[in-house]
Write a protein that binds this ligand. Structure first.
Ligand code: ATP
Ligand code: MG
Length: 389
């Protein structure tokens, strides 16, 4: 029996004239993600994308797993291809759906008749297919209000498709439709979730990580790579910049008042991230900040870091509770990596009493003995780039 995967896009249907571009990006992503699974054709018609494997040994389960991580897809399903006549549909449906139908008690049939020339109308298709299923599986009952499973028959231009249920997609907008932005990635729980959340709105991701060896270890860096690997399963390839940050932290330690350490460190991160972003074509920064979560995430502290930014800073977690953030972290399989204990540079020089309400201008004053420009230039010159697949 010939099988295909049917893909429905979600918010894309809202995009009017841009729709074509959005679909192009999604189709390109689908093709890329399936490339190593053998020959497949990916076609679109009538707001559905059809994935048609050309080889008999196509790994459907792996393909479906990957489809669940492509943004822009609202729902997808595996379906059986039938000829466009009732005899073929009635012969194939009970056989194709056998495993599903044996494991449930109630069902209903829905028909979608995109080809208006098809001789039977939707209610008639439902009645006939329902009858054939009941004859083949006498233990079943029809329940139109609360069925265990919905069986769908779609009659389209070139074929009819029969499927049971459908799987909810990752939602959002196709990666690449919103431009590129740079996520400041730590080894914590929040920033990978922030990265995932913004990729979901169509951004291609670059990532920047500040490392302070020997205070921070190689394992902390590996943790960041592993976390980005989890995000990349959704976002696609991520270009990672690792910035040597030790000298800057030591200089802050020597020349700035202790209660400003964290704030100044964050301002230095932002300055460097903006510079790197400009040269890499990023239109904004992404951080994992959540209002009030720690001393450097109060409104005045956020204002103090924004002061030195030359591009928009997206903070998708700003209004979320830790619990909500952890739920997403678990969903994308990042949580177990995030809670590994390796030190981050933020924990290296933490002041005992961090400033939570810096006034405008006070940070400049606290930074006045810091030789900012050469420090930034040296850090940028020492960046190591790599790609996370
Ligand atoms: P996270 O869980 O993402 O580490 P956090 O709650 O620990 O966040 P902070 O340590 O204050 O909060 O960091 C706030 C944000 O600053 C992080 O979400 C991240 O975007 C960025 N950040 C922190 N440390 C680093 C780092 N070493 N390299 C790059 N970005 C960082
Ligand atoms: Mg952190």
């Amino acid at each position: 029996m010939k099988e295909i995967i049917l893909i429905k896009d979600g918010e894309l249907s809202l995009k009017g004239l841009n729709r074509r571009q959005f679909e192009d990006k999604m189709v390109a992503t689908i093709r890329r993600r399936l490339k190593d699974l053998g020959k497949v054709s990916v076609e679109r018609a009538q707001s559905t994308i059809y994935i048609k494997p050309q080889d008999d040994d196509f790994d459907f389960n792996e393909a479906l797993d990957r489809m669940g991580r492509i943004f822009g897809i609202a729902a997808f399903s595996r379906a059986c291809v039938c000829e466009k006549n009732m005899d073929d549909i009635l012969a194939r449906a009970p056989e194709y759906l056998e495993d599903t139908l044996r494991s449930i008690k109630t069902f209903k049939v829905e028909a979608k008749r995109a080809d208006k020339a098809f001789p039977l109308k939707s209610p008639e298709i439902c009645r006939e297919v329902g009858g054939a299923i009941l004859r083949a599986f006498p233990h079943l009952r029809v329940d139109v209000h609360n069925p265990d499973e919905v069986i769908t028959v779609e009659v389209r231009d070139y074929a009819a498709y029969v499927r049971a249920g459908q799987i909810k997609g990752a939602g959002g907008l196709p990666v690449g439709t919103a431009g590129r932005a740079q996520v400041l990635i730590s080894g914590g729980i929040d920033s990978p979730v922030a990265a995932y959340t913004m990729a979901k709105r169509g951004l291609v991701l670059n990532a920047i990580h500040f490392a302070s060896p020997p205070y921070t270890s190689v394992r902390a860096e590996q943790k960041v790579r592993d976390l980005l690997g989890r995000v990349a399963r959704y976002s696609g390839v991520i270009k990672l910049a690792i910035v040597p940050f030790t000298e800057i932290q030591e200089e802050i330690g020597k020349h700035c008042p202790e209660d400003y350490f964290t704030l100044i460190m964050r301002r230095m991160m932002m300055r460097i991230a903006c510079r790197v972003s400009e040269s890499d074509g990023c239109l904004g920064l992404i951080t994992g900040e959540s209002l009030g979560q720690v001393a450097s995430q109060t409104m005045p502290a956020i204002a103090a870091t924004d002061e030195v930014c030359t591009m928009p800073v997206l903070r998708p977690l700003i209004g979320m509770d830790k619990e909500e953030i952890i739920a997403i972290s678990k969903k994308i399989d990042a949580f177990d990596i995030s809670i590994l204990p390796y030190e981050d540079c933020c924990t290296v020089f933490t002041p005992k009493h961090p400033h939570t309400k810096p006034k405008k201008g006070q940070c400049e004053l606290a930074e006045q003995n810091l030789d900012i420009e050469p420090l930034i230039e040296r850090a940028i010159a020492g960046i190591e780039y790599s790609y996370i697949e």
